[in-house]
Design a protein around this ligand. Sequence first.
Ligand SMILES: [Mg+2]
Length: 213
Amino acid sequence: MMVAWVKERRRDKVIPRKSEMGDEKVKAEALELLGMFQVLPRLVVFDLDYTLWPFYCECRSKRDMPSLYHDGRGILYALKEKGIDLAIASRSPTADIAETFLDKLSIKSMFVAKEIFSSWTHKTDHFRKIQSRTGVPFNSMLFFDDENRNIQAVSKMGVTSILVNEGVHIGALRQGLTKYSENVNISEKNKQKWRTKFSQNSNSSKKNESEDK
Ligand SMILES: [Mg+2]
């Protein structure tokens, strides 16, 4: 019995050290990934339940000690270090528990906006609030969520939105940054097309004007 108890104690001590090492490794990987992209989002928005942490916080007690998905903390730290703002969009009905957990995880102050409220809309209200609070346009945002209906609704607003299956991880970040770059390129090309079309139109109308004279 004594041996088992000692083992348990040792295991308790080892786990946090291992996860801290994991956080640093993930942060380094995420920073390397961020360095590979020429355009980066100005704001990254995260859902909470089953995106940043593996549970519904409404089913937990404030007294519990929460934990994030394995890559969560490293990704948050890397984004912050790159000067990218962070925000939360959660439809959790228990904002008080969510806030307590963010505090216990020592990540509460990392977010420039925290919109946590239940809503019939699929987070479009959350994003309007985040937009007015931060001034960041929707097309400069990247969003991670585990529910497809939220992804569908928010991407229609112009936000690059990524569906995650088992929480946010390095692969999802890579996918998000790639899709964000593609979306920026598409809108740049469209702007370019519009400019060309506009200048052609104005040239031809000038030509017509001079022909009329
Ligand atoms: Mg969720």
